[in-house]
Design a protein around this ligand. Sequence first.
Ligand code: G3H
Ligand code: 13P
Ligand code: ZN
Length: 321
Amino acid sequence: MPIATLRQVLGEAKRKKYAVGGFNANNMEQVQAIMLAAQKTKSPVILQATEGALKYTNFVYIKHLMLAALEENPALPIVLHLDHGESFETVKKAIGLGFSSVMIDASHKSFGRNVKLTKKVVGYAHRFGVSVEAELGTLGGIEEHVRGKVKLTDPKQAVEFVNRTGIDALAVAIGTSHGAYKFKRKPRLALGIVKEIAKGGSIPLVMHGSSSIPLKLRQQINRCGGRMPNAKGVPISSIRKAIKYGISKVNVDSDSRMVITATVRKVFKKYPGKFDPREYLGPAREEMAKLIASKMRAFGTAGRAKDYRVISLKEAKKRYY
Ligand code: G3H
Ligand code: 13P
Ligand code: ZN
């Protein structure tokens, strides 16, 4: 199968009312864990790398790790996606590396500037058949929203944003935030926003900051010498509700970081003499694969890999013009 586009993979998900995880990777073990999970559950998958991941791997290493995932899994729809691209230059670089999808995140700029930069990225990316995700609103908890620090997505503005930019997927701010400390009190999401935008349009919606920060992993980290007090994430039940209302892509990074840390700490605590990286990164990879597989099942992605024929970037390009 050729490399898949976000537009096609999310179009399928939206039509059949499930979501595809956007899973972040920074190294070989994370790429392998995500792919092991996709193989096991027969899921389409979005492998994503941030600007930080590109820099950490000196660009070329993550490129080849992702290409290895494609080579090893010809039967799975795989999107290679730039997560939170901050500039036109980074987008160009990612497309040059072979990514089939990019996010331009100009959500911290004014509405006008966000439209302008996003439109420029769309104009460039679509010439290669590459899909574009963009964001409107800023992430953060509902409590902060009350204090005016974050801006949840305005559904009316969202329609205007999509029409003016021509994007393929829209990331919405509904009260989640990145990292392990998402909520001070009970988790609350503004799901009405998802419902309203989904009602009016055909654009697939994306939910960032969707790690669940499992209590079990937090306890394991704390028991084995770590310190993650009061970490709190988005319950799987809320994510499933969001998917029901119209979310088609669910971004997860922190949970993968946590499961790796929890496993490595556990191995070190139990076997202080171990010093071969394979003996702690191997188990970490295995545990991460199990965690991602459980998310693929919960998001409804499991078993969807054979639902459709992946179209090439060349074919995707024709659909824009
Ligand atoms: O939003 C995505 C990540 O969780 C942050 O990743 O540390 O690679 O920028 P980063
Ligand atoms: P988490 O920090 O909740 O994993 O969010 C990741 C994310 O949104 C990546 O874009
Ligand atoms: Zn994000």
